[in-house]
Ligand binder design. Sequence first.
Ligand code: SF4
Length: 379
Amino acid sequence: MELYLHIPFCVRKCKYCDFLSFPMENETMGAYGNALLRDVKKASAQYSEEKITSIFFGGGTPSLLPAEAIPTLLSSIRDGFVLTNDCEVTVECNPGTLTEEKLQAFYAAGVNRISMGVQSADDGELRTLGRIHTFAEAVENFHLARKVGFDNISVDVMMALPGQTPASYKETLERIIALAPEHISAYDLIVEEGTCFYDWYEREPEAFPTEECSCEMYRMTQRELTKAGYEQYEISNYAKPGRRSRHNYGYWSNVPYLGLGLGASSYIGNRRFRNTDDLKQYLQGNLYIEDTILSERDMQEEFFILGLRRREGITEDAFVKRFSADTYSVYEKVLCEKEKQGLVEKTKGGYRLSEEGILLSNTVFVALMDAEKENKEKM
Ligand code: SF4
């Protein structure tokens, strides 16, 4: 099982962000840390038999917490859960909130992976995004993490930003590659409702790159990162050999996960549940859980949609091992059709998205969902 802990605090809200995060005073952060400790203890009693293969402190900005917070939480997790020897422990960090003292505290506590939100090497683009740091600060933080001893660092970059050009994006990629992180996540900007960018897009859509331009940046990412020795193992994720993110790979491979903290989601057995996103309620211990019981068909659909995000795709064997053989053919029919359209390709024992299919992945996913619906109706 994987463990996710949500830290919903940031210095200020970035202009494109719709994650559950907000600026907060130290006092509330302290109370939140205690509430998380309470939940770690409660959950460890309930899931004491489970082996934890990865732990991910995400947010928000976990590196905004005081230096001792993550080590305290980790020590409580170790007391209550059984961790595998090679358990991956990641902390999401944002440049501008890191100090050597914090990094040393993480390292000494057994954090073995840092995920850093760098986003762009262009300070103008960083300002447009509303980030709190410059690229020089990000580079400084990156080297600080190396100096402290971290040999597994992931860097996030963003493409299709307003004002970004293929040339400026190429420079970002080159400067990130020069840092030689073990892992790079390259995401397309998604303009989400409720964000400053959403209002901007409504007013001035021409300020944002065209779809053609974002496809060009996507292809450039694949080309440049592959050339630099990174393997694309998921639609947006690239890793040096042996450095895939175990935690995220688990999400796409149907590994159960337990989410602790405000608004955190869990997926265990056939249950998907989510904690409240009301901070006051959460601090008082009223987790109010939104619970969904997934049917066999829902889980099969997820098997395909999540599995096809991975570059290796899905295999019939893995499906049949988990479900029954007879329903595989329902989805296979859709995949064969998409193969004819050039969006999917056959692999040894299964299917994966083609290069074209990666760019049009939603078309394939929607067709799989429709097939699943049709199948349900027939039953
Ligand atoms: S740092 Fe990340 S979580 Fe925080 S506001 Fe910016 S994008 Fe959102």
